[in-house]
Write a protein that binds this ligand. Structure first.
Ligand SMILES: CC(C)(COP(=O)(O)OP(=O)(O)OC[C@H]1O[C@@H](n2cnc3c(N)ncnc32)[C@H](O)[C@@H]1OP(=O)(O)O)[C@@H](O)C(=O)NCCC(=O)NCCS
Length: 117
């Protein structure tokens, strides 16, 4: 499945999902992430304010993580805005296997299973 299809499916499936900005295949020095990498950047997901804390964000994240695992992609995101780290968001993303990188405001998640060489 292509990333654009996944995003379209998620937006169709979950009415409360207002924004689902994810990018794929960016390669090269990437701002605060640095170095070379290949994977997904989860720029932003937004659930409608009236529908938060009802498990919708969790369902959306599980589908995104499943897609990333199938592609063997790491996922990078910032749990907050600018230099402000939102600790409630850090807790949210940790539930899906994300780790806060040392001395950084970026979180990353790597695929659960590696394909056989
Ligand atoms: C973060 C967000 C996507 C989670 O979706 P959701 O449907 O509310 O999440 P779920 O019901 O599956 O899970 C609840 C968890 O979401 C997180 N969460 C919910 N509302 C939140 C908020 N306003 N700020 C930060 N985290 C929040 C918390 O970790 C919460 O668990 P907790 O109650 O134990 O703290 C949603 O709250 C949202 O759109 N927030 C505003 C936009 C945002 O910060 N997006 C993420 C930046 S990429």
């Amino acid at each position: 499945m292509r990333l654009q299809t996944l995003i379209k499916n998620l937006l169709n499936k979950y009415d409360a999902l207002l924004v689902c900005d994810i990018y794929e295949d960016a390669i090269g020095p990437a701002g605060s992430i640095g170095g070379y990498w290949h994977g997904l950047i989860l720029e932003m997901i937004v659930i409608h304010e009236d529908s938060r804390c009802k498990g919708i964000g969790t369902k959306v994240m599980k589908e995104i993580c499943k897609y990333a695992d199938e592609k063997q992609y790491p996922i990078y995101l910032r749990p907050g805005f600018k230099k402000y780290t939102n600790h409630r968001l850090v807790r949210f993303y940790k539930r899906f296997g994300f780790c806060l990188l040392p001395k950084a405001i970026v979180m990353s998640r790597h695929p659960k299973q590696r394909k056989n060489p």
